[in-house]
Design a protein around this ligand. Structure first.
Ligand code: MRU
Length: 346
């Protein structure tokens, strides 16, 4: 890709602006925490792992700005804590954001007021989170690729590739890894209304990687599963409860029901940073609701009568019994999830 999904240079978080894809490939420079919070809210950067990495760099950005103003000591620490709070409030469902910021907060909590190297320690932790995501994606790709036959047709929902992470991706990372191993993979892409991450981002990203993609309307998934060969459904996740219930982009749950109905294995691909083992079931996962205008309009064009009411949950929860396996960086986890997560991540 021409620009990395997320990057950091002194005083700016750099984002490949995903709201402009596929028509324009432009980089967005966020030079304040407010700009970065707005970029996360408006989905200029999106995908659970990518927003975690962007927010981690956002804490270094906050430090750079405050140090420029000569701030120091307890006042600096208090302002940085406040910046973490603002970043944390930007989106509620993807737990990777909270996981990354918990790591950044730990650096602040260990800091001695007036201790000189705080900025460097924040930067080192953000870079560690960034580089770890690259390794997690590679490992998930290797484990997931083993699940696919030599010639595979995969159906996917939302964007889960290089744009959603800073590595090769989660579910699409599995596709890239399988292709790297010499397998032939065709991807059927759900458009993913309302914000069209499938139509706008997957078709662009898969073309960049030279992988065959066929776009379908979300409502066509059932008929596609009924009438065409599909070897697996692969999706990512924004938060996974310890019983294996998975929150992911709205439309994932009906897709899992359809895959179950047609006997197609439904796999979730996610790193440990997406697990929230404090939550017993998916019922406890906070689901982001976004503005009605995303439903009543599409890319700025009204598609409903003025004043139409709309319900716009950004995510849904797929019950664990519909999931054939969760591909993590440590291997494929299957039922009973609670016991197997505990064993793997003790
Ligand atoms: O609202 P988005 O575009 O941030 O939603 C993204 C998804 O739902 C992805 O499937 C999920 O973050 C996993 S991607 C690695």
């Amino acid at each position: 890709m021409q620009y990395p999904t997320v990057d950091y240079e002194q005083g700016a978080v750099l984002l490949l602006d995903q709201t402009r894809l596929p028509h324009e490939v432009v980089q967005l420079r966020c030079t304040t925490v407010e700009e970065l919070v707005e970029a996360i809210r408006s989905l200029s950067v999106r995908g659970a792992p990518a927003i975690g990495v962007a927010a981690a760099h956002g804490v270094t950005l906050a430090a750079d700005r405050l140090l420029e103003r000569g701030m120091d000591g307890p006042e600096l620490l208090a302002e940085l804590q406040e910046a973490v709070d603002r970043l944390e409030a930007s989106r509620p469902t993807a737990v990777n954001l909270h996981w990354a910021l918990r790591r950044m907060r730990a650096v602040l909590e260990e800091a001695v007021p007036g201790g000189g190297d705080l900025r460097e320690r924040l930067h080192r932790e953000a870079v560690a989170i960034h580089e770890e995501d690259v390794r997690l994606c590679e490992a998930m790709g290797r484990h997931g690729a083993e699940l696919l036959p030599e010639r595979a047709v995969v159906l996917t929902h939302c964007n889960t590739g290089a744009l959603a992470t800073v590595g090769i991706g989660t579910a699409l990372g599995v596709v890239y890894a399988a292709v790297e191993q010499g397998k032939q993979v065709e991807v059927i892409v759900d458009e993913t209304r309302p914000l069209l991450q499938g139509a706008r981002l997957n078709t662009w990203e898969l073309a960049e990687h030279g992988i065959a993609a066929t776009l379908i309307c979300d409502g066509a998934a059932g008929w596609t599963l009924a009438t065409r060969r599909v070897d697996a459904v692969l999706v990512g996740a924004d938060r996974i409860a310890r019983n294996g219930d998975v929150a992911n982009k709205i439309g994932t749950y009906p897709l899992a029901v359809l895959a179950h109905r047609h006997g197609v294995p439904f796999y979730v691909v996610a790193p440990y940073s997406t697990l929230d083992l404090d939550l017993a079931t998916g019922e406890e996962i906070p689901i982001e609701e976004r503005e009605a205008g995303e439903v009543t309009a599409c890319r700025g064009h009204a598609v409903a009568r003025d004043g139409t009411a709309a319900f716009n949950p950004a995510f849904d929860v797929t019950p664990h019994e519909l999931i054939a396996g969760i591909v993590t960086e440590r291997g494929v986890v299957r039922e009973p999830y609670e016991e197997n997560f505990r064993r793997l991540y003790a």
